[in-house]
Design a protein around this ligand. Structure first.
Ligand code: ARG
Length: 563
């Protein structure tokens, strides 16, 4: 609930816009006078009166209702008192009614949003650099669904290019079927790394030939390629399962092999294709960008060519209202070029393409990779974090049942939350200790808060206390703060979608957990003065748990009942 906007709409001051009023309203440090206040000093000039008189006149004219129960003037300030009981009634009622749907909406009206994320490269390491795209994309996917959109998750596989020729050559020289089958993606990657450092001129030529064979449909070359692809995908699938990530399409770069020609013909026909040193390009100089390379001088297509074909294919297939590309900021120029070329082709929907760029993730110093090479595999980061979580949990709560499954939720949650908590464009240095700090701005802190709420409710249930229909009491300050935050959740989800910023949901989780813990510590729940207060507090606890569970679920983070 945006109280500032609500008040601004009902307050009329000649010559001052509602936006200006809303922007001037503050939360006073001491809420004894009111929950919100409008300082009237800066209106003195426009309204030609003293701030004190302005505040008095506005207070008299303000139409109080079930939302704002009182408006009063005090030394140039116009103070508002929110109807706390009304707020509690409304929020708790809504959360009970909507349950796991609380925060959702039908804003999307079934319209389609395509989300291109994770987009792994076949036969290459799935490393820590893929963490953000995977979890950001996954969170956006769930957020859009929650808001009534049809989301289409696309893994635009990097399965096209000369590296597959190299891989086949390396395999032919040094590989062995059983070993590769057993070693999976790591064995495949080792072959590729070896080729890069040891391949002779001859092998380089051979690799080009193998690539040509894949392209021309040669049976053996394609079988090998499909095998490498299968090994990669079955490997990443295990990580996707742990991170709760799903896709609706795995149409990767190769899928567009036969879909580029019509695009090139269209570029030609529209007079956009220019020859340059034997290559074909689209000139983007008038737009302050280097040219977009469409065909190399040897006739080979490029990454951008396939992205042009992919965008057109997606529009035709899904008729999206938006197509998001969750890709690191290193590719800013690439997407600017691709979007511009589509615009020049007259695709009016080019404006609906969005590059959701994000910053780099690195590990804190000293946290080295366990495998050779300086690549940090995402799998290792997750496993290490889960191990550490297991150790911490075992120490804190030695008798906890099912520690392994709790540690999985806590460890995976810490990795996911670490990538989602900050504004996405920021570079992040991941630290295991910080991510697993029970008292920090972390997922484990939020999960622990949920477990605390679970435990209070379980105790009450055991004691035969019912709270579901508890009468609403007049909220105290701590309860009021918590209620206001819970009420914000639906708006937070919408804002996160509009800004492509799941961090807003992550921050909401921490904020809510902090307010709940303040309430938990300051107000006795089970030991409340009256039965009515106790039931009301239990109801508030249950509502907090529902809201936090919904928020964490959107981020792809599990909620253990006990910790
Ligand atoms: N596979 C690419 C990479 O790892 C990302 C692909 C992103 N999606 C796209 N449509 N270009 O860099």
């Amino acid at each position: 609930m945006d109280y500032k906007a609500y008040i601004a709409k009902r307050l009329h001051a000649e010559g001052v816009s509602p936006d200006e009023i809303a922007g001037s309203i503050v939360v006073p440090p001491d809420t004894a006078m009111g929950d919100l206040a409008l300082p009237c000093f800066k209106f003195a000039k426009i309204l030609r009166n003293s701030p004190a008189v302005i505040a008095e006149e506005l207070a008299r004219a303000y139409p109080t209702d079930e939302v704002i129960e009182k408006a009063s003037a005090m030394g140039g300030y116009l103070n508002f008192k929110i109807n706390r009981k009304g707020l509690a009634e409304e929020v708790l009622g809504r959360i009970r009614e909507e349950g796991s749907n609380y925060g959702s909406s039908d804003m999307g009206g079934g319209k389609t949003v395509c989300i291109d994320y994770s987009s792994v490269n076949i036969a290459k390491p799935f490393h820590i650099g893929h963490l953000s795209t995977t979890v950001l994309g996954g969170a956006l996917y769930r957020i859009y669904r929650f808001l009534g959109y049809k989301a289409v998750g696309i893994n635009h596989l990097g399965d096209y290019g000369t590296q597959f020729g190299k891989l086949i050559s390396a395999y032919k020289h040094w590989g062995n079927r059983e070993e590769v089958e057993r070693g999976g993606i790591h064995a495949v990657n080792d072959l590729y790394v070896r080729f890069s450092s040891e391949a002779t001129e001859e092998m380089q030529a051979e690799a080009r030939e193998y690539f040509r064979l894949i392209e021309s449909g040669d049976k053996e070359a394609n079988e090998l390629f499909e095998w490498f692809k299968r090994l990669t995908l079955s490997y990443v699938q295990k990580i996707y399962d742990r991170l709760h990530i799903t896709f609706d399409s795995y149409a990767g770069e190769r899928f567009y092999t036969d879909k580029m020609e019509p695009v090139i013909a269209e570029l030609e026909e529209k007079g956009l294709l220019v020859e340059s040193q034997g290559a074909k390009i689209v000139d983007l100089e008038p737009y302050g960008m280097p040219p977009c390379l469409i065909l190399r001088s040897d006739g080979a297509s490029l990454y951008a060519t396939r992205d042009l074909a992919a965008a057109i294919y997606r529009k035709n297939t899904y008729d999206f209202v938006k197509c998001l590309y969750v890709v690191a900021y290193q590719q800013n120029l690439h997407f600017k070029q691709v979007f511009k070329v589509l615009e020049l082709m007259g695709k009016d929907w080019a404006k609906d393409l969005v590059h959701v760029a994000y910053g780099m993730v690195s590990l804190e110093e000293g946290a080295m990779s366990t495998r050779k090479g300086n690549v940090i595999w995402l799998e290792d980061v997750i496993s290490r974090c889960v191990e550490k979580a297991y150790a911490i949990i075992s120490e804190k709560n030695p008798t906890l049942e099912d520690k392994a499954s709790v540690a999985e939720k806590v460890g995976v949650g810490a990795v996911v939350f670490g990538a989602l908590y900050n504004n996405k464009i920021k570079d992040i240095v991941f630290s295991y200790d910080k991510a697993l700090n029970f008292d920090g701005e972390t997922s484990v802190y939020v999960q622990y808060t949920c477990a605390r709420a679970h435990s209070v409710l379980a105790k009450a249930r055991e004691a035969g206390i019912v709270w579901e229909d508890a009468a609403i009491a007049e909220p105290c300050a701590q309860e009021f703060e918590l209620l206001k935050t819970l009420a914000d959740f639906p708006d937070v989800v919408k804002a996160a979608a509009n800004a492509y910023e799941p961090s807003m949901v992550a921050r909401f989780c921490v904020d809510t957990a902090q307010k709940f813990n303040k309430f938990y510590i300051d107000c006795k729940i089970m030991g409340a003065e009256t039965e009515q207060t106790r039931a009301f507090r239990l109801r508030l606890t249950a509502a907090t748990l529902t809201t936090l569970t919904n928020a964490l679920t959107l981020l792809g983070i599990g909620v253990p009942e006990k910790m």
